[in-house]
Design a protein around this ligand. Structure first.
Ligand code: NAG
Ligand code: NAG
Ligand code: NAG
Ligand code: NAG
Ligand code: ZN
Ligand code: ZN
Length: 778
């Protein structure tokens, strides 16, 4: 076939594949677009937004006038100013825990921590309510490979809450990804959350969004919980990201647009690990985010080794905070959030260490509670508020400046008169004869200490409060505060960075322009570049090109993602880069994009690079080392890629990639179908064969090296005078070359290269065409 025909066919194929890829992308993300015929990406219509806001506040005023005497009271004294003084008013608090991972197989942490929290912490804190942000159960088997919903774990969760003998705490919860591992649908009987979750009815009624209010005399506080689990939950590991379809976004928009003093959102997934659709009014999540104050989440635990100590960030665009909470499972973390006259403060505390063994299952349906732990006092400073978490647009920060007292809550089971305080500001003990005064009660352990905020008018200061009990327990809390209402940097380092970047932006509607399109473009540009390079190894070029197109357009593999499904259509899904397909239904998980990215880098990228270094020894790509070596030169034979250890690394790497595929099979139902119907397997076999056979003959066709060097940017930067090199190709390339009429390459050599390389450039001046032709004919 004429090369020109080949090239055009490839272009045509690429074009058709792009169409197919766009179609696949379009169908997989259908649920993120509104069904109301709105444009795909819709910039929020400002006037419309404003209109809605006016309407909703009108409605609120109407509602208030109609019934609430309370609201009338507030209305009639709008100018009432709240002073942060020594009265225990305007204050409430609640607690959040996350990632319990109650497990029937793992005894350390897990179930034990949860029981200890209920037994030792809750009675001391007595919060307004508890919110559990997902991953209630672990759902992993004893080898931590496969996953499924275990009845025992769910029963333990429910029994522990129902049999809490100490308090009647209101309890809200939601599912995390572990709670929807191996879950065919919400209606499925293996959806044990539906039976054992505390808020299952609310989730079901609200179709993924539910709200509750706290309306004391001094304000209205609104809480919104989001269940962002995929509608069909694959087993692990391809079930890490959550999403909200455009119809769920509509409900979220409705929930968030109610006026309130503060709105708090709870979700298992940090926004980095979520994909948000567009609501029918064309609102993206960013638009809606303006309506809440804080987004509380879990899911990332504390990442690895301290990296995630502070997964907390402030978004200046929406003026909101996102606060990830570490896990209960390993770290025993819990959070107390207080709202004091509309200033929001929180403290993340840990369970005291304990080495008690924990029973894993409770067969007789009663919990065997662990022994009560002595709890170090936990201090939550509510005034001044920590400047790192100040929301200048949403909090009345000026109240700090006009406050008369430092205010803090102390949670301990020791009576107030058995506590000793040490209060320091900027390291200086406050020692003017006044001691903190207990002004609260059992339900509100508030302490106050008079202060003069104007003494700290400039810059940031550190307030640290230490408390000791007579029986030797100690608690401490430090904050950075400002009285000028400005923010301080959170300074969370890597953790803050992670939570403020968007891992899932690859298919996020808001990040769509830079995300999938550029990914796709990169892949396509890569494919085109391959085409432009006539190759020393046509099988490698065309193999890679074909594989990339296949990745874009074909299903990658088929596997049993949801083993507990009842019909094959429920159990078996088809994996595309764009999501999974069960029957006819797309589940657009960001997990598939992450996996695709990983495979493209590790399987295609790395092996392609390996092919390249085989064909073009790296010596030739480094300008300062440009040496035109003769075919058969021993220098080339000794090159890096030929060394045994390099080959060894290649083999180990290849085996590792194969083992990753084996792991995939072990997650999703074994060799058949996960490995047999798998294009990645085909690719790795192809790679293995190519590396094993044809590339052994590297260096034999040196001419090809220069041909390819030209296509890469290897010789750039050392341009002095272009050196025309006439080259001769293999038979096939010769045809390409003859089509182009010119077989001249423009390898720019540096002065030193060309002056010192008269010998090496000779082969080209001495018409190697004839020579090579002779060889290839011979
Ligand atoms: C915004 O919404 C209003 C009312 O729905 C409409 O009249 C106007 O054309 C819209 N503007 C844009 C830019 O879409
Ligand atoms: C718990 O609730 C029950 C009934 O609602 C009530 O009788 C009991 O006093 C409550 N206990 C506490 C500690 O609030
Ligand atoms: C809550 O909001 C209302 C209405 O904006 C306001 O009058 C009230 O002072 C706020 N409550 C607090 C504690 O700031
Ligand atoms: C704050 O800074 C200003 C100017 O830098 C200074 O005049 C003032 O005394 C400072 N106030 C305090 C309380 O340190
Ligand atoms: Zn978790
Ligand atoms: Zn999770």
């Amino acid at each position: 076939m004429k090369p020109i025909v080949v090239a055009w066919s490839c272009l045509l194929l690429t074009f058709l594949c792009s169409l197919r890829a766009c179609h696949l992308y379009w169908s997989s993300t259908k649920e993120f677009r509104s069904m109301e015929g709105r444009p795909f990406r819709h910039n929020s219509n400002k006037t419309e937004l404003e209109q809605r806001r006016v309407l909703s506040s009108l409605a609120a005023v109407e509602a208030a006038q109609q019934q609430s005497i309370l609201a009338l009271d507030i209305d009639s004294q709008p100018a009432q100013e709240h002073v942060l003084g020594d009265r225990p008013d305007g204050l409430f608090y609640f607690t959040q825990i996350s990632d319990l991972h109650i497990s029937k197989y793992r005894s350390k942490g897990h179930t034990l921590h949860f029981l200890q929290y209920i037994q030792s912490v809750l009675p001391v804190i007595r919060p307004e309510f508890v919110v559990v942000t997902g991953d209630l159960t672990d759902a992993k088997d004893h080898r931590r490979i496969t996953s499924q919903q275990y009845l025992e774990e769910w029963k333990t969760y429910k029994m522990a809450i129902d049999q809490q003998p100490w308090t009647n705490t209101t309890w809200y919860d939601m599912r995390g990804n572990h709670d929807c591992f191996d879950l065919p649908s919400w209606q499925s009987k293996v959806n044990l959350y539906r039976t054992y979750g505390q808020s299952a009815d609310r989730v079901e009624q609200g179709k993924g969004i539910y709200t509750w209010q706290h309306s004391p005399s001094y304000g209205d506080y609104q809480f919104v919980a989001i269940d962002a689990c995929p509608k069909r939950g694959p087993s692990r590991p391809f079930n890490f990201f959550g999403y909200l379809t455009s119809s769920t976004m509509d409900r979220l928009a409705t929930a968030l647009q109610k006026p309130s003093n503060h709105t708090f959102v709870f979700s298992h997934y940090p926004t980095t690990t979520m994909i948000f659709g567009v609501s029918k009014d064309g609102h993206t999540f960013k638009d809606l985010a303006k309506h809440y104050s804080i987004y509380f989440c879990g899911h990332l635990h504390r990442l690895i080794a301290g990296l995630g100590d502070v997964l907390q960030s402030y978004d200046p665009a929406t003026k909101t905070l996102e606060l990830e909470l570490g896990d209960m499972k390993d770290h025993g973390m819990y959070r107390i959030v207080a709202v004091d006259n509309d200033l929001v403060s929180f403290v993340d505390a840990r369970l005291p260490p304990s080495t008690q063994p924990s029973p894993l299952i409770f067969p007789d349906d009663t919990i065997q509670w662990p022994t009560k732990l002595p709890l170090d006092p936990v201090i939550l400073i509510t005034n001044p508020k920590d400047a790192r978490f100040a929301m200048d647009a949403k909090e009345p920060l000026h109240r700090i400046r006009s406050s008369t007292h430092i205010r803090f809550l102390v949670f301990t089971d020791v009576p107030p008169d058995a506590l000793v305080f040490y209060v320091r500001i900027d390291g200086v003990v406050i020692d003017d004869g006044t001691a903190p005064l207990f002004v609260g009660d059992e339900k509100q352990p508030l302490w106050v200490l008079p202060w003069d905020p104007s003494a700290y008018a400039n810059g940031s200061h550190v307030l640290s409060i230490q408390v000791r009990t007579l029986n030797g327990l100690m608690g401490e809390s430090s904050i950075l505060f400002r009285t000028d209402g400005r923010r301080a940097k959170i300074g969370g380092g890597a953790g803050e960075w992670i939570i403020s970047t968007r891992m899932s932006s690859v298919i996020d509607q808001q990040g769509a322009v830079t995300g999938p399109r550029s990914l796709r473009r990169h892949i396509l540009v890569g494919a085109l570049r391959c085409l432009q390079l006539p190759s020393a190894q046509p099988s490698v070029w065309y193999g890679t090109f074909g594989f990339l197109l296949a990745l874009l357009t074909l299903p990658w593999f088929r596997a049993e993602f949801i083993p507990s499904g009842e019909t094959p259509a429920e159990r078996f899904g088809t994996f595309y880069m764009y999501g999974m397909v069960f029957g006819q239904e797309w589940v657009p998980l960001a997990d598939t994009w992450m996996y695709a990215a990983e495979q493209v880098c590790l399987d295609v990228g790395v092996f392609f690079a390996v092919f390249l270094v085989h064909v073009i020894p790296s010596e030739l790509l480094v300008c300062s080392h440009v040496k035109l070596t003769l075919p058969g030169d021993p220098l080339l034979r000794r090159s890096l890629v030929q060394s045994p250890w390099f080959r060894g690394v290649e083999i180990v790497y290849w085996l590792w990639r194969i083992s990753e595929l084996m792991a995939l099979a072990s997650f999703y139902g074994g060799i058949w179908p996960a490995l047999v119907q798998n294009i990645l397997v085909l690719w790795l076999l192809f790679v293995g064969m190519t590396l094993g056979t044809s590339l052994c003959t590297v260096g034999n066709s040196l001419n090809e090296l220069y041909w390819m060097t030209n296509g890469l940017d290897g010789c750039e930067g050392c341009a002095k005078g272009p050196l025309k090199a006439t080259m001769v190709m293999t038979d096939q390339q010769q045809q390409v070359a003859e089509d182009c009429h010119v077989v001249e390459l423009d390898c720019r050599l540096s002065a030193s290269c060309s002056s010192g390389s008269s010998a090496s450039s000779t082969p080209f001046n001495r018409s190697p065409r004839a020579k090579n032709r002779k060889r290839s004919r011979g």
